[in-house]
Ligand binder design. Structure first.
Ligand code: ADP
Ligand code: MG
Length: 461
């Protein structure tokens, strides 16, 4: 097999597993340059592609190559000027879907970060899922977009890693620009701010630097916790902050902790922090089960990933810490199913994800419903139907109760889960069962038995 053939085959497989935008962006102009002693050298057009292929796609590329030539052990990625032939190769593949349509080119544009604003157009409010864990932050963002520089100034959003701070900050910038293209919006991380400041001090361009910042209508500074320990940066930033603030410009910050928890390191730091605290502080907490599931559904639709609902439920149950990890898990499972060319069962999903999670008793709403249906000996699907037959109504109420009680599902979510019933049905079910269980020891025993079944089957299955 020639290098070109090998790469063409591998690309064919990779193309199926990654999004169109990713494929075009990261695999364009790539080529196998050399193959010797089990080491393949892949030529890439720039450092960006190199980084992405190394960090994001390496394992997958290696697998696709090994399936064809098992002796391959390693891959080197090396930057080469794009050759016309490699570019042509990607574009002139035989399948019709491979021709880029203008719509797909829009996708491709997603990765274009405007250097004037540092905004990435893919971070929008439309793709931002709102749940109880982040609804305050979202509402504050909307208020800022509606009335920049007014009441919610500065806006300070804090929360742990991978919970959506950058996404929301960028979405504010994108939304304000969408309303008014003439607004001067700028997004910067505190680290980049510090670097730029340092450079401008060294090059004696500090005046330009200051003027540039004075001009912004909206200044977004991400991860301000990194200002800690940088006295000079803090000082400049403090002045800039005051200038912008006093002229009614909007400031938005994020941090991994509240301003109070940023260690105090001197007077300027204290003044900066108390300025930040004087604005609006909102936190983003860890998403609860229901939001995690909603995010997975939205991401699957966005990326055209087709996985069964039960798999999404399991991922939502197992991955709890961050949305970034949730996305990672979704990608992993998607790629694995494509690669193994089958729907992975619950056990397989668990074992693939087990590296990232602590073991726990995983139960999903679907499993609860199935267990309840089995227990009362009715067909599972009847529970989802809007039937009023007594032999179905009661098990349905019990399943609703358990999903609420054990998984903390909200009423609208439960209603929806049961074939789109009204949330008042779920409220009624929950109240009825929780009242009745106090007086009815038979029901109490039944609930205990049902819980035993799903807790044990999921632990050992
Ligand atoms: P942080 O800045 O808090 O570390 P990010 O904003 O980088 O987190 O979010 C990590 C990933 O999760 C990003 O891909 C982002 O698009 C996604 N994400 C975060 N919050 C949400 C949300 N509420 N809805 C949809 N996607 C989200
Ligand atoms: Mg961030």
């Amino acid at each position: 097999m020639t290098n070109d053939d090998l790469w063409r085959q591998a690309l064919g497989e990779i193309e199926l597993a990654v999004s169109r935008a990713n494929f075009v962006t990261w695999f364009k102009d790539t080529k196998i340059m050399d193959q010797a002693d089990g080491i393949v050298t892949v030529g890439v057009p720039n450092g960006f592609s190199k980084e992405w292929l190394e960090n994001k796609f390496h394992k997958f590329i290696l697998k696709s190559l090994r399936v064809r030539i098992p002796e391959i052990r390693a891959i080197n990625y090396t930057i080469v000027a794009p050759s016309a032939s490699a570019a042509k190769q990607l574009k002139s593949k035989p399948k019709k879907e491979n021709v880029l349509t203008s719509g797909e080119q829009l996708d491709f544009k997603e990765f274009y970060i405007d250097p004037k604003t540092n905004l990435n157009p893919k971070y929008t409010l439309e793709t931002f899922i709102v749940g109880s864990f982040n609804e305050l932050a979202h509402a504050a963002a909307l208020a800022v977009i509606k009335n920049p520089g007014r009441v919610y100034n500065p806006l300070f959003i804090y929360g742990g890693v991978g919970l959506g701070k950058t996404h929301l900050l960028q979405a504010i910038g994108n939304a304000i620009l969408k309303e008014n293209q003439n607004k001067k919006v700028y997004y910067i991380t505190s680290e980049k701010f510090a670097n730029e400041l340092l450079n401008s001090l060294q090059n004696q361009t500090i005046q330009n630097f200051k003027e540039k910042f004075r001009d912004y209508d909206l200044l977004i500074v991400d991860d301000v916790q990194f200002f800690v320990n940088k006295t000079k940066t803090q000082e400049e930033f403090f002045h800039m902050f005051n200038t912008l603030f006093e002229s009614g410009k909007q400031l938005v910050f994020s941090s991994d902790r509240s301003p109070k928890s940023i260690p105090s390191l001197g007077e300027i730091n204290d003044r900066l922090i108390s300025r930040m605290e004087a604005g609006v502080l909102v936190d983003i907490s860890e998403p609860e089960y229901e939001s995690r599931l909603a995010i997975l559904k939205s991401k699957s639709a966005e990326k055209k990933v087709e996985l069964p609902e039960s798999t999404l439920e399991l991922i939502a149950l197992l991955i709890q810490k961050s949305i970034r990890e949730l996305e990672g898990a979704l990608n992993t499972i998607h790629i694995q199913s494509k690669y193994q060319n089958k729907v992975l069962n619950q056990e397989e999903v668990k074992s693939i994800l087990s590296k990232n999670i602590k073991p726990r008793n995983a139960v999903t709403p679907s499993q609860i419903i199935k267990t309840v249906a089995d227990f009362y000996d009715i067909p599972e699907k009847s529970i989802y139907e809007h039937t009023r037959k007594t032999e179905v109504v009661r098990p349905r109420q019990i399943a609703m109760f358990l999903i609420r009680d054990d998984l903390g599902g909200s009423y609208p979510f439960i209603g929806q889960k049961f074939g789109g019933m009204d949330h008042t049905t779920a409220i009624h079910a929950y109240e009825k069962i929780s009242e009745e269980v106090k007086r009815n020891s038979k029901l109490e025993d039944e609930l205990k038995l049902i819980r035993d079944i799903y807790q044990n089957t999921t632990a050992t299955k």
